[in-house]
Ligand binder design. Structure first.
Ligand SMILES: [Zn+2]
Ligand SMILES: [Zn+2]
Length: 175
């Protein structure tokens, strides 16, 4: 989704668009096992600032498949994110415009003529990825001996867990 600056009236503009799953794959490359599960949906409001710059704000969402770092199972992962950018016109500095803080510069999405909203959304998606995904905080991972999912139990005996049962038995017998 690319918009020309000429398509943005002074009153601003609201656009809704989708990004196809294939176009999201690049943004997920930093997270092992992550795959797009659906389109990314975005609604974005673009307004002009006094000095030829733009404010882009909106919300985007999609569903990914992520792989648990412990048990290696795939799980759906919902991304829902709000964002706001202040896009500065590349020539703004030359015109003695307001001095801007560095974090307000996002020239990668805006070359002064075209705003690349699709690219902005893939950047947002990249930021939304967890550093390390776990299916649950209590995920026990895989058995180091047989490789089975310990949350479902394994029979190789590497994790012996008969202790709680035997104490329950003695409790019953003592009555
Ligand atoms: Zn897990
Ligand atoms: Zn085992």
């Amino acid at each position: 989704m690319r918009l020309s600056l000429n398509d943005i009236p002074s009153s601003g503009r609201v656009v809704s668009f989708q990004v196809a799953p294939e176009a999201l794959e690049g943004a997920l490359s930093g997270c092992e096992g992550a795959k797009p599960q659906s389109e990314l949906f975005a609604e974005v409001e673009i307004s002009r600032t006094a000095g030829r710059g733009l404010v882009v704000k909106g919300r985007m969402g999609t569903t990914l498949t992520l792989t648990c770092a412990r048990c290696l199972e795939s799980h759906p992962y919902r991304v829902d994110r709000e964002f706001q950018y202040h896009l500065v016109h590349p020539e703004a500095g030359l015109e003695g415009e307001v001095e801007l803080k560095e974090d307000e510069l996002d020239v990668a999405f805006f070359d002064g003529r075209v705003i690349d909203l699709g690219f902005a959304m893939t950047q947002e998606l990249n930021l939304a990825l967890p550093y390390r995904f776990l299916c649950s905080e209590g995920c026990k991972g895989l058995c180091p001996r047989c490789g089975k999912d310990l949350s479902r139990g394994c029979e190789c005996g590497a994790e012996e867990s008969s202790a709680p049962l035997s104490s329950l038995k003695s409790l019953v017998l003592n009555r």
